[in-house]
Design a protein around this ligand. Sequence first.
Ligand code: UDP
Length: 319
Amino acid sequence: MSILVTGGAGFIGSHLCRALLAQGEDVIVIDDLSTGTYDNLAELEDSKRLRLIVDNVNNAALVDECVREASAVYHLASAVGVRLIIDQPVRTIESIVGGTESVLKACARYRRPFLLTSTSEVYGKGSKVPFSENDDTVMGATSTRRWSYACAKALDEFLALAHWVESKLPVIVVRLFNTVGPRQTGQYGMVVPGFVKQALNGQPITVYGDGQQSRCFAHVQDIIEALLQLMLCPKARGQVINIGNNQEITILALAERVKKLTGSSSPIVKIPYDQAYGEGFDDMRRRVPDLSKVHNLIGYQPKRDLDQIIRDVIESQKQ
Ligand code: UDP
């Protein structure tokens, strides 16, 4: 039987497909190529063990057929990136909520293990750091578009957990913190590929706000290893689990690091949030994962540090 990866042509999805194929699995991908690209999978399609279906996960009949053929489902299809979420809020909400509903219905019908990639955005504006899975979510106003993403993803989590509670469908909810690596595009606002691109092109490196907001960046390869192990971990079923890296850095320090590692002479400039995202944008000051749960479940520990992450992104963009 195959493994189904929705969103398999995306940045994280394509790394997951590569790893599954390397383990000898056959893979079916459903991806509408909205934010994912064919190029991410081009070389894998040649292997004949990967079947790409270009369609949307809201197509319930197609999803039903693919889930029936699959032994397990990784559900990654989702709108991504703060920029896209702000620019296209209807598409964001519909693709997240509708897509997950259709995939979960089919998984429930055929009793297939289901892994949802949710997001650290779900913690919202929580100020208790680090973020642990049972912490409260703190959302902003519904008039602030950014929060539609967090709320839609939170609803996905509720729905997945509801299937576990009602029928013991094996579901695993993973909250990904900022994930970075080769082939990620800066097009949807993600900061690391964006900074690297600016630095390599000699353009100003644009730090939004005062640059004292911080994030923790994980290498996509660490994330993939964790996803593969969690799918096989019986104790992970019915659980919400953070994955990421807990090495924290301010965005200003990140800009300096990127500048140094690229050897760029780009200036670092500060841009007010309103100018970057439009009026009324809410950013998160700090976002750090508590990784004790995933460590206890599968012994997870991030292996790749920030310098390696930045170097891999530089290498990938140079290619
Ligand atoms: N950011 C920045 N300059 C950019 C893009 C992003 O300063 O060109 C900041 C952004 O405001 C946020 C952080 O970098 O504070 C991380 O942004 P990203 O969109 O990558 O992820 P987020 O953690 O906000 O989802």
